[in-house]
Design a protein around this ligand. Structure first.
Ligand code: ATP
Ligand code: MG
Ligand code: MG
Ligand code: MG
Length: 566
């Protein structure tokens, strides 16, 4: 590409709403322009970077057998009602009615649509496992779009979905994606840490988040000094002692609330004093398609029917911990016959659903229910505590298992998740197992934010002069800067042609501008290697080669420049 022909308008002015480096530099370097709040137009250089990132992601997905598809970005609301996520997603999901009065949504993600697709095609266990993915626009009406493309309303996501017949197969599929993600981020040249996501207990493998450590990140990570343990501290949990309504009314569950049964303190006492008592765990799916876990103690028989009625349950499964794990894919601890050990006894199945231990805890106030309960923090646990939840209360300098805890801010660039059978159950996706028996597949889902990789690369690679790109995703690998007259221009032209022929992605700064201006733009654009063709060195048949990362240039023979650059 010749700079004189490039639609790459660099500017000095920093937009007033730009708070972070990536936002400022993407505007200044002419990579993108704002259209409206949280929506951006990518100019050629910006789009080229996104394409390089998408290619890396695509190669790594294909390498491990995932197959690319393309799903519509307008989805029927019905599917979201079936999964119950029409409520959970709230206003973040953009909805509109078509001319026939049918409700649609602009895809914020695609679990429902993929499950619906697979439901129509899957018959036999022989078809499993498989993984399908797409790279496409997603729209989320973020409450507070900010930091440029780090949290925009429209963005490009790679979303993959795997389907399995056994938990072992899901584990394997998950691990394959986990490894592929590592390769993606290594190849994109962004530093990253892998942290436990959600409030899963220590060692849980339900979800991992790939996070780029940097100050402008919105996530908070807690980790041990040696890095053996790292987790995302989820957004401020509601403290049930202060009993704030969670926002999502779950009337049926509130009705189950048995006044006078107990407060959280009572539960603690109960758990401490009666660990041997049988506690039964039930999973209910309410008419609205919500799930709730309910723990019942000894005399549960009498309560069961009543609760089922009050929940308006359409499905009632008496479940043991293994069963619940199988159904939800949630890697959680449970209260079992052996009592509460160092495991959680209350869990969240659907993100937006409160979970209460009916007949045991109740909430401490009418109309309140427990959400984001953190055992250990909100009530004591029996025995040694090693739950991740302990760490969530920690402050810088605390120790955990003899190791110092540190905190970091970071940007979530990707997340992998074991979903279990939730979507398949709700959307009627089944298969026949080896014995001809109908079974529900287990699912995993895996997301990567393409735009966030771009922005994270800038957040972690910049200096006062501009961007410093990793070579793999740079808009150009080399910039050739002639400073002088015809002779220098001709020599530059020659080098440009040769490097381009050698497959190197080059930008030739053929503008009629002063050297200083060209150097500033080269630095601002962050092109990894700069070749300066100036009068002095050319007289010795040499050019100056400088890495963007380094301050010193080296002189290289013109005849050796290709070898040197490649
Ligand atoms: P966050 O916690 O930052 O809101 P998320 O957990 O809601 O992200 P996921 O549903 O896990 O996001 O989506 C998969 C990936 O899509 C994320 O890991 C992130 O890289 C990207 N992503 C999500 N929301 C946005 C957004 N508003 N702008 C840009 N990228 C996004
Ligand atoms: Mg989000
Ligand atoms: Mg997140
Ligand atoms: Mg996420």
């Amino acid at each position: 590409m010749r700079y004189s022909k490039a639609f790459m308008p660099t500017v000095k002015e920093v937009p007033s709403d730009a708070e972070v480096a990536s936002h400022k530099l993407m505007i200044r370097a002419g990579l993108m322009r704002r259209l409206s709040s949280g929506t951006y137009t990518y100019l050629p250089a910006g789009w080229k970077i996104l394409q390089k990132i998408m290619n890396i992601v695509r190669e790594e997905m294909n390498r491990c057998g995932a197959q690319e598809i393309l799903l519509p970005s307008v989805q029927p609301m019905e599917l979201w009602q079936q999964s119950g996520r029409d409520v959970d997603y709230g206003e973040t999901m953009c909805r509109f009615k078509d001319r026939h009065g049918r409700w649609n949504v602009l895809a914020p993600t695609a679990e429902e649509v993929v499950t619906n697709l697979v439901a129509g095609e899957l018959n036999s266990y022989k078809q499993l496992p498989f993984n399908i993915y797409q790279i496409s626009f997603k729209f989320r009406d973020e409450f507070r779009p900010r930091f440029g493309v780090l949290r925009s309303r429209e963005f490009i996501m790679k979303d993959a979905y795997s389907f399995h017949d056994t938990p072992e197969s899901l584990d394997e599929g998950y691990q394959i994606m986990y490894e592929a993600y590592k390769r993606v981020f290594i190849r994109c040249g962004v530093p990253f840490v892998i942290v436990l996501a959600e409030s899963g207990e220590m060692g849980g493998s339900g979800s991992h988040q790939f996070t780029v450590p940097c100050e402008s990140g919105e996530d908070l990570i807690v980790h041990t000094e040696d890095g053996d343990f790292a987790a995302n501290i989820e957004k401020a949990p509601v403290d049930p002692i202060k009993a704030e309504p969670s926002g999502e009314p779950v009337e049926q569950i509130q009705e189950v609330h048995t006044p006078g049964v107990g407060t959280i303190a009572d539960v603690c006492d109960f758990l401490k004093t009666s660990p041997e008592k049988m506690i039964k765990t039930l999973i209910y799916t309410t008419a609205e398609g919500k799930s709730a876990a309910v723990l019942l103690r000894g005399d549960h028989e009498a309560n069961e029917e009543k609760i089922t009625q009050q929940l308006g349950g359409i499905q009632n499964e008496l479940a043991q911990p293994e069963k619940i794990k199988e159904i939800t894919g949630a890697d959680v601890g449970f209260a079992g016959p052996a009592g509460i050990e160092d495991k959680v006894d209350i869990m969240i199945i659907d993100q937006a659903v409160s979970v209460m231990a009916a007949g045991i805890t109740g909430a401490n106030k009418t109309d309140y229910h427990l959400k984001n309960v953190v055992p250990g923090r909100d009530f004591p646990l029996k025995g040694e505590k090693i739950a991740v939840t302990d760490v969530r209360n920690a402050v810088e300098g605390d120790t955990w298992q003899g190791k110092k805890l540190l905190f970091k801010r970071g940007i979530e660039v990707g997340q992998v998740f074991k979903l279990g059978s939730k979507y398949c159950r709700k959307l009627g996706c089944n298969f026949l197992d080896v014995n001809g028996k109908e079974q529900t597949p287990l699912m995993g889902c895996y997301g990567i934010g393409i735009n966030r990789i771009l922005a994270s690369a800038i957040e972690t690679g910049n200096d006062d002069n501009g961007i410093i790109w990793p070579v793999s995703i740079a808009p150009y690998e080399v910039i050739i800067v002639p400073v002088g007259k015809e002779e220098e221009n001709a020599a530059s032209e020659d080098i440009y042609n040769k490097l381009t022929q050698a497959g190197i992605d080059c930008l030739l700064d053929d503008r009629n501008a002063r050297g200083g201006v060209k150097f500033n733009d080269a630095d601002l654009l962050g092109i990894p290697l700069r070749i300066t063709v100036g009068r002095k060195s050319l007289a010795e048949n040499k050019v100056e080669v400088k890495l963007r990362r380094e301050s010193d240039a080296v002189k290289v023979e013109v005849s050796e420049i290709i070898e040197y650059t490649v």
